[in-house]
Design a protein around this ligand. Structure first.
Ligand SMILES: Nc1ncnc2c1ncn2[C@@H]1O[C@H](COP(=O)(O)OP(=O)(O)OP(=O)(O)O)[C@@H](O)[C@H]1O
Ligand SMILES: [Mg+2]
Length: 414
């Protein structure tokens, strides 16, 4: 991007669609969406690139569309990372406060974070984020920023997110081949939370569930921090597949019928007996089936999806923490009845996560399916540094990011 600091670009490389959002950072610090582009994704499976060329083409198409709308050219972007290769866990670091007068310095904070992240990571994996949850100073917990406070033992509790190095690199390569330098790689749930969650929800305890095409991602927030993340290999495409098998219709027709007539809760269907024309496979005549038949297929799948997540939340020990309930994003959250099914299974309030926090959010960028891409742009704007071209968080691995650093050093030297 010509003036990196004026613009922030989010690139969401999903299983179903690739989305590019260009945000302009105005003087008041607010992000205005000035460009939006989207292209169908054909080269990914469960969040992992399986066809490089197809993905590169889709990235190019999405970026070009956004560039055209914004009237600027994109040089770098923040790319979202998700999929079954993501693992995350909580870790803890402890150090002695080094100053004689026992005031915690910035250096102590850095040392304790280094201690918390000094865990052995299996080969072939890299750390994507080390997210501070709370600091503990001499048994006084829930400290947001210990610098300047007095104590002798400083502890940090952090959430560490790791990803497969090859999976991350392949995504970065796709962006690079499409002519985009990767400024940062960000966990999609973290980005999505920027776009849809309020501060209050993050404080009180909330689960963000992003129901995409091939996978569904979960993140649990409490006291302003992330405590648990998980990915399940079930998403909107499974609803489509169930319909295709149950109605004996081709997958593209099942997808169309799902979007047009689908509903995940029987009690919401107004005209349950009304006929729908369902194309058949093998060129036979279309059949007429009722709405009820579709709901009978979709409802068990929705029940299963949220039961899996409820079990995951209980297993991880966070079921009593979700005081602000659940927020749903992703394309499959648009299926009518999905929020109600989630409410029944979790016995908690559930709402749809329309992206907010960015100005100028009109069609086509609105809707919970775009929360990740908008969140990526917002995340970068929030965490930006005053100098252009510098990657935002110190990370290892992926080649694309090195380019940014080298450029920054060069621009500092000359
Ligand atoms: N109006 C709708 N009603 C029901 N389902 C929908 C609707 N619109 C999109 N979907 C479903 O949402 C899914 C795609 O969601 P989304 O666009 O969030 O996926 P993605 O981000 O590309 O995938 P992933 O996050 O898994 O990599 C598809 O299964 C699609 O059928
Ligand atoms: Mg997605």
């Amino acid at each position: 991007m010509a003036k990196t600091e004026r613009y922030t670009v989010g690139l969401d490389i999903g299983t179903t669609k690739i989305c590019c959002v260009i945000g302009e950072i105005r003087d008041d610090g607010k992000v205005h969406v000035v460009g939006f582009g989207q292209a169908p994704s054909r080269g990914l499976r469960k969040g992992v690139v399986v066809n490089l060329d197809a993905t590169v083409e889709s990235v190019k198409a999405a970026v070009e569309e956004a560039e055209l709308m914004a009237g600027v050219s994109v040089e770098s972007a923040t790319v979202g990372i998700a999929g079954g290769h993501i693992r995350s866990f909580n870790s803890r670091g402890v150090v002695a406060v080094s100053n004689r007068d026992r005031t915690v310095s910035r250096d102590d904070v850095k040392r304790v974070m280094d201690a918390a992240r000094a865990v052995s990571i299996p080969q072939g994996r890299e750390i994507l984020h080390v997210l501070p949850q709370e600091y503990v100073l001499d048994d006084q917990g829930a400290i947001d920023d210990p610098a300047g406070l007095v104590g002798s033992k400083l502890e940090a509790n952090v959430h560490i997110v790791t990803g497969s190095t090859t999976s991350v690199q392949n995504l970065v390569t796709c962006a690079n081949r499409a002519g985009i330098e990767v400024r940062d790689t960000v966990l999609e749930q973290l980005a999505g939370s920027e776009a849809v969650l309020s501060e209050d929800e993050r404080e009180l305890g909330v689960a963000l569930i992003d129901i995409g095409g091939g996978t569904t991602d979960l993140a649990i927030f409490e006291r302003g921090s992330i405590w648990h993340t998980a990915v399940l290999p079930v998403g909107g495409d499974h609803f489509t597949n169930d319909l295709a098998v149950g109605l004996r219709t081709p997958i593209p027709d099942a997808e169309r019928l799902k979007k047009k007539h689908g509903c995940a809760l029987a009690s919401l269907v107004e005209d349950a007996g009304a006929p729908i024309e369902v194309p058949t496979v093998g060129g036979r005549k279309p059949r007429l089936l009722s709405h009820q038949v579709m709901t009978e297929i979709l409802q068990p799948r929705a029940n299963e999806l949220f039961t899996l997540f409820r079990d995951e939340v209980v297993r991880a020990g966070f079921d009593k923490m979700l005081n602000a309930g659940l927020v749903l994003t992703g394309g499959a959250s648009l299926l009518p009845g999905v929020t109600q099914v989630a409410e029944q299974i979790f016995e908690l309030p559930v709402r749809l996560g329309e992206p907010r926090g960015a100005e100028g959010l009109v069609d086509p960028a609105a809707g919970p399916q775009h929360a990740t891409a908008i969140g990526l742009a917002l995340y970068t704007a929030k965490n930006r540094r005053p100098r252009a071209g510098v990657p935002l968080t110190a990370q290892t691995g992926a080649l694309g990011r090195v380019g940014g650093r080298v450029k920054a050093w060069l621009s500092e030297m000359f």
